[in-house]
Design a protein around this ligand. Structure first.
Ligand code: SAM
Length: 233
């Protein structure tokens, strides 16, 4: 492995995709801090939340809001800034930009405009959950959030039956029960892992068949954030 120890200054006109902690502030990387310190502007999903994160690390930067419903307009503005030679850091509320979070649109626009895009890797719930799940990591399918409508959820799960690797889903605490019930119908014999509150004080991994997990979670707190993984057949 060839690790680079000399740190060149940031490159003008570059979009930096900066991963931020998913619950544990110690997970911010040294490079993320340097990029946030040295960039011209931070494009953030929620400027208030990112403002708090920056404040915690003693960083003061102009913030630009970039979220799902203003992505198109803000992408153009970010591209303009990059064209002027600005260094723009893009962060989301938690984890890696573009993973079930805004980011894809501005990345595509920057590449199409011939601009430079750099990844500043770090926390990502998908990777944290998969690597500690005990399920196969060589082949996996990341689904993110299923649609909200029952019929669409069911169809999507059915369509994943033929996939040979591990399935990885994100789910909110409001729908975790619903998801387990659906998995019990579509994948009753598969091993399922629930990764809850990753990197936080109450992190836990629950493992079992869907019916077993329904019984276990009925007796526990369903609060928090969840990644749900389904083993291959
Ligand atoms: N971009 C983020 C990433 O890199 O993982 C994901 C953002 S998405 C809007 C938020 C979802 O990610 C949560 O609903 C949950 O499913 C998952 N997630 C985020 N943080 C988590 C954590 N600490 N523990 C478990 N799941 C988490």
């Amino acid at each position: 492995m060839n690790l680079q120890t000399n740190l060149p200054p940031l490159t003008a006109g570059t979009l930096y995709l900066v991963a931020t902690p998913i619950g544990n502030l110690e997970d911010i990387t040294l490079r993320a801090l340097r990029v946030l310190r040295e960039c011209d502007v931070v494009a953030a999903e929620d400027t208030r939340r990112t403002g708090q994160l920056l404040k915690h690390f003693g960083i003061s930067k102009p913030l630009l809001s970039y979220f799902q419903f203003n992505e198109a307009r803000r992408s153009e503005e970010i591209i303009e800034r990059l064209r002027r030679g600005e260094k723009v850091a893009l962060v989301t509320d938690a984890g890696s930009p573009g993973i079930s979070d805004p980011g894809e649109r501005v990345v595509k626009a920057a590449i199409a405009a011939g601009l430079r895009v750099e990844s500043v890797p770090g926390p990502c719930a998908l990777v944290a959950a998969l690597t500690a799940s005990g399920l196969p990591t060589d082949e996996f399918h990341f689904i993110g959030f299923l649609p909200h409508k029952s019929g669409q959820r069911r169809n999507q799960l059915e369509s994943l039956k033929a996939f040979a690797g591990t399935l990885v889903l994100y789910e909110s605490p409001y729908r975790i029960e619903k998801l387990l019930a659906e998995l019990n119908e579509v994948f009753p014999e598969r091993n399922v892992v629930i990764a809850r509150e990753l990197t936080k004080k109450f992190e836990e991994f629950l493992r079992g068949k869907p019916a077993e997990l329904i019984a276990v979670t009925a007796k526990r707190s369903r609060k928090g954030e969840f990644v749900v993984l389904v083993s291959p057949q």
